[in-house]
Design a protein around this ligand. Structure first.
Ligand code: ATP
Length: 264
């Protein structure tokens, strides 16, 4: 199957920085897949997304997108002055005008029917995220890209949002690329999880990744059962094999594997 986006040996630097933010990253997303990128603050998640979208240039390696790929993108920060008077209906028509019927249908699809007349500034955080998602769905995308879409939501709101993402995927067949810190919830809602720390540390199905001794050793579990990503100081560089649905072994893996070591 043709990947929607594929990156090979991608390295990216910002400005004059010596050390690239992304180093030798291989990545692909296939049609109708939900892939989540997790990693510590500053590990390059947003940079990877922006490089995949072509918003930042590759220093080495390459990024290939399916020609004509339709993408619905919800960036990490949406520059809207929520104090400015603007209805949801008007917001949905920025920058491309949509019909009343399409606006109504997309708000129904994202679980916020009938909000057309409401002011953007009067929406709850969860409603606003759903309106952002609705707008991203308007051009019938093949790929939805969501950079930390549940920031500011409480736990039930986060769970509900990911359920909605899975419903939208089931209804439309859209692929979803997400950046998230909501690790446990994301694990359930994703087909594949990619752990990034400048390079791909570990990757696979949620089951494969969470069951891998290397993953548990790297990420651990705290008392609440929350994956302790922020204790993760793994920062080596190594060769990695990126294959959908498979765990990728790092040099710290405790289990048997055949590691391709390019330091030798
Ligand atoms: N436009 C930029 N110019 C210079 N440096 C940048 C730029 N954007 C990001 N960086 C730096 O690149 C590194 C990776 O940033 P990035 O936003 O990709 O990480 P992230 O994993 O998404 O982080 P977070 O979880 O905090 O959102 C950081 O050290 C950041 O300061």
């Amino acid at each position: 199957m043709n990947a929607l986006i594929r990156a090979a040996d991608l390295s990216v630097s910002h400005g004059g920085a010596d050390l690239p933010v992304l180093r030798h990253v291989d990545f692909r997303i296939d049609p109708a897949e939900i892939v989540t990128v997790v990693g510590p603050n500053g590990s390059g998640k947003s940079t990877l997304v922006r490089a995949l979208l072509g918003h930042v240039a590759a220093q080495t390696g390459r990024v290939d997108r399916l020609p004509g790929l339709r993408i619905g993108y919800v960036p990490q920060r949406v520059h809207i002055d929520r104090a400015m008077p603007m209805t949801v209906r008007r917001f949905l028509s920025l920058p491309v005008r949509v019909s009343d019927a399409d606006a109504r249908a997309v708000l129904e699809r994202t679980g916020v029917p009938g909000l057309e007349g409401r002011q953007i500034g009067a929406l709850s955080g969860g409603q606003f995220q759903r309106v952002l998602l609705a707008r991203a769905l308007l051009n019938d995308p093949q790929l939805l890209v969501l950079d930390e879409p549940t920031q500011g939501l409480d736990q039930p709101g986060i769970v509900a949002f990911y359920q909605l993402i899975e419903e939208v995927r089931a209804q439309t067949g859209v692929a979803v690329l997400m950046v998230s810190h909501d690790l446990l919830v994301v694990m359930r809602a994703s087909d594949r999880v990619v752990c990034l720390n400048g390079h791909v540390c570990c990757e696979g199905t949620p089951q494969a990744v969470s069951a891998a001794p290397a993953y548990r050793a790297l990420f651990g579990m705290d008392a609440q059962g929350t994956l302790a990503l922020y204790r993760h100081h793994h920062d080596h560089d190594h060769d990695h094999v990126v294959e959908a649905g498979h765990h990728v072994h790092g040099p710290d893996c405790a289990h048997e594997h055949h590691h391709r070591d390019h330091h030798a």
